[in-house]
Each structure stands twice: as structure tokens, then as C-alpha cells.
Unconditional design. Structure first.
Length: 131
């Protein structure tokens, strides 16, 4: 009896976890746009699932990662090259990419995304001025 209970609890937990990933608001954007580079590491993009790499990047903070994803940085095109994506969709895709690589990352809000874009633009302007 106990064994059955434990087994069904494990199945329940496993399926609810999978459910969260499948319903993640950034998953479809990741699958359709970002995976093209981040799945296989095209152009040296940090690969999906490379936990140490994403943990290190996540420590740079929300403004840095989301700002760079929105505005572009080096070989990373702004919004992954899909300009019709909203800033919020890109931010959720970053959240999906980082958290499903087993690193922690804060959930985006309208305010945080606005601040991240401003930050990304400021850094891009500085880089451009140096060239
Ligand atoms: C054309 C290939 C390509 C696509 C498509 C792409 N990326 Fe990237 N991405 C890169 C590369 C290359 C880097 C590494 C840039 C560097 O640091 O030189 C990168 C870096 C990043 C970073 C780390 C930025 C930092 O601060 O170091 C994030 C976050 C990111 N991408 C998110 C995304 C998201 C979200 C999408 C989809 C909306 C996406 N990328 C689509 C190539 C791509």
C-alpha cells in the first residue's frame, strides 16, 4: 500500500514538473526562434542546458541578460533576429532558457523589462562609441 502511494506521488510530482516546463510562457518563443542557435551552440552561443555557463551568466543579472537579448550583443542578434517579438516575449524566452538550464533567474515584469531594455541600449551605445 505504502509503495503504491509513494510511486503515485512520484509520478504526480514528475508530471506536474513536466507540465510547468511545457506551459512555460517562454517555451514557444525559445523553440521557434532561440533554439536555432542556443540548442547546438551556433556562433558560440551559450548552449541550452549548460548549467555552469548559465549560472555564471545569470549572476550578471536580469538587466544584463535581458538587455542584451533585446538589443543584441556581438553575434547575438537583437531579439534573436525576430523583431516582431514583444520585449516581454523575449524576456520570457530568456527566463525559459536560463531556468530550464537549471540556473535561477527572476520572472520578468513590465517594469523590469523596461529597465532592462534601457540598460541594454545604454551599453550598446557605449560599445558603438568605442568603435
Ligand atoms: C543567430 C543565432 C542566435 C539566435 C537566433 C539567438 N541567439 Fe542568443 N546568443 C547568440 C550568441 C552567439 C550569443 C553569445 C554572444 C556573446 O556573448 O558573444 C548569445 C547570447 C545570448 C544571451 C547571453 C547574453 C549575455 O549577456 O551574455 C542570452 C540571454 C540570449 N542569447 C538569449 C537569446 C534569446 C532569448 C533568443 C531568442 C529570442 C536568442 N538568444 C536567439 C546567438 C543567438
Amino acid at each position: 500500500m505504502n509503495k503504491i502511494l509513494i510511486a503515485s506521488t512520484v509520478i504526480l510530482l514528475a508530471s506536474s514538473h513536466a507540465g510547468v516546463a511545457a506551459d512555460h510562457p517562454g517555451k514557444s518563443t525559445y523553440d521557434s526562434v532561440c533554439a536555432a542557435c542556443h540548442k547546438g551552440g551556433v556562433l558560440n552561443a551559450p548552449k541550452h542546458g549548460q548549467t555552469p555557463k548559465w549560472k555564471k551568466l545569470a549572476r550578471e543579472g536580469f538587466n544584463d541578460l535581458v538587455g542584451n537579448a533585446l538589443v543584441g550583443v556581438r553575434q547575438m542578434p537583437a531579439k534573436g533576429g525576430k523583431m516582431e517579438l514583444t520585449d516581454m516575449q523575449v524576456a520570457w524566452a530568456v527566463h525559459y532558457l536560463v531556468t530550464t538550464s537549471d540556473a535561477r533567474f527572476p520572472e520578468p515584469t513590465e517594469e523590469k523589462v523596461k529597465a532592462a531594455r534601457a540598460d541594454g541600449e545604454k551599453r550598446a551605445a557605449k560599445r558603438a562609441a568605442k568603435k
